[in-house]
Write a protein that binds this ligand. Structure first.
Ligand SMILES: *Cc1c(COP(=O)(O)O)cnc(C)c1O
Length: 395
């Protein structure tokens, strides 16, 4: 028996089907999925030490090969600066500039974490922009697993869409028209019937989720023309084709200018998982959460004392490492409407005073705060030194 087999049995105990994406499950080929341990260049090595030449490339991202030294160095350097701040960074603008330089139609960029979020967000944007509900997609194209996109055609092309998965409401599926890829006539028909209700057409410019099916000549051009004629938004889902078909994606190759482009599959998951798992191991240590709780308590108690001394209406909530503070005369805050009644003006002055003094709090009166295990008494006390001064100036 192999270690891969044991790994699969172990995974099945905790992960439905033993995999986190159906495409990894080997259902289409039979047998059991192979568990991998590492990859370098064109090779993957499984947990039993067997080497393979890899043609999956993490479903596209590994266009430079696995563990490319420059990529790994960039990840290590970035990781050494901390894994995330929940605040703006320069690299986002560098990425946005790079994308706009590479992808011909792109003027502005919103960065998200997955292709599913990208297509879901693009559709919401198209619906908001047009004020329409219906979307057109094509059978065999995959656009992630959001509700509106897990839909197949009903019995006739133009009947209501049918959910492809239990759990997708029929009412959501009803807004999705599923047509035949490379059949422009079906799209003409759909627009003739419901053109003024169609918010967007979403399509893989080369279908990569029903094997590899390029668009027939005129298909993408026809979609562009129909969208223009009816004020609908053309979304090219280049999650798979972007940077692989051509540097500028399939739209550069075919000379089609979509209104929205979705990209993804840029980085595989092991890095994020390694970071998350290492964090959870630390968080499982004895006393970890007691330390978080103590730090947050010390902070909110200190703030309360200072606010009271300054005669400012103030109250706090705290549970474990999570806390909230409210500029409010009410002694306890338990409901949303109480939050909306807090003194926003004083909050803003406090916020900027703290920022000036080198304390970064959530930049909104509607967000919780958090401490980490590295928020020692010294750190909390330095925070309270700053806030003491700020409370004096804003009173
Ligand atoms: C994989 C894929 C998605 C979904 O991306 P995830 O990152 O898996 O959510 C969307 N569109 C296409 C064309 C894809 O191949």
């Amino acid at each position: 028996m192999t270690r891969s087999h044991d790994d699969f049995l172990a995974a099945c105990e905790r992960i439905p089907g033993g995999v986190n994406s159906p495409v990894r499950a080997f259902r289409g080929v039979g047998g059991e999925p192979v568990f991998f341990a590492s990859g370098t260049g064109p090779y993957l090595v499984d947990v039993d030490g067997k080497r393979y030449i890899d043609y999956v490339a993490s479903w596209g991202p590994m266009i430079a090969g696995h563990a490319h030294p420059q990529v790994i160095r960039a990840v290590q350097e970035a990781a050494a600066q901390g894994l995330g701040y929940g605040a703006p960074t320069e690299i986002e603008t560098r990425m946005a500039n790079t994308l706009c330089a590479m992808v011909p139609s792109m003027d502005m960029v919103r960065l998200v974490s997955s292709g599913t979020e990208a297509t879901m967000s693009a559709i919401r944007l198209a619906r908001g922009f047009t004020g329409r509900d219906k979307i057109v997609k094509f059978e065999g194209c995959y656009h992630g697993h959001s509700d509106a996109l897990l839909v197949k055609a009903g019995s006739g092309t133009l009947t209501l869409g049918v959910p492809t998965s239990p759990g997708v409401p029929a009412s959501v599926a009803a807004h999705t028209m599923t047509l035949t890829y490379n059949d422009l006539d079906s799209v003409h028909e759909a627009f003739a019937l419901a053109g003024e209700e169609i918010a967007a057409v979403i399509v893989e410019p080369v279908a990569g989720n029903m094997n590899c099916i390029p668009p027939v000549p005129g298909f993408l051009e026809g979609l562009r023309g129909l969208c223009d004629a009816h004020g609908s938004v053309l979304i090219l889902d280049e999650v798979m084709t972007g940077f692989r078909v051509a540097a500028g994606g399939a739209q550069a190759h075919y000379g089609i200018r979509p209104d929205l482009t979705t990209l993804g599959k840029v980085i595989g998951d092991p890095v994020a998982l390694a970071a998350g798992l290492a964090t959870l191991e630390l968080a499982s240590a004895e006393g970890f959460h007691a330390r978080l709780d103590a730090a947050a308590k010390r902070l909110v108690a200190g703030l309360q004392t200072q606010a009271d001394a300054a005669g400012i209406g103030f109250t706090t909530n705290q549970i474990g490492g999570m806390f909230g503070y409210f500029f409010s005369a009410e002694s306890t805050i338990t409901r949303f409407d109480q939050v909306t009644r807090c003194d926003l003006n004083t909050f803003q002055r406090f916020y900027h005073g703290m920022l000036q003094a080198g304390v970064y709090l959530a930049p909104s009166a509607y967000e919780a705060g958090f401490v980490s295990s590295t928020h020692t008494d010294t750190v909390i006390d330095a925070t309270l030194d700053a806030s003491a001064e700020v409370f004096r100036t804003i009173r």
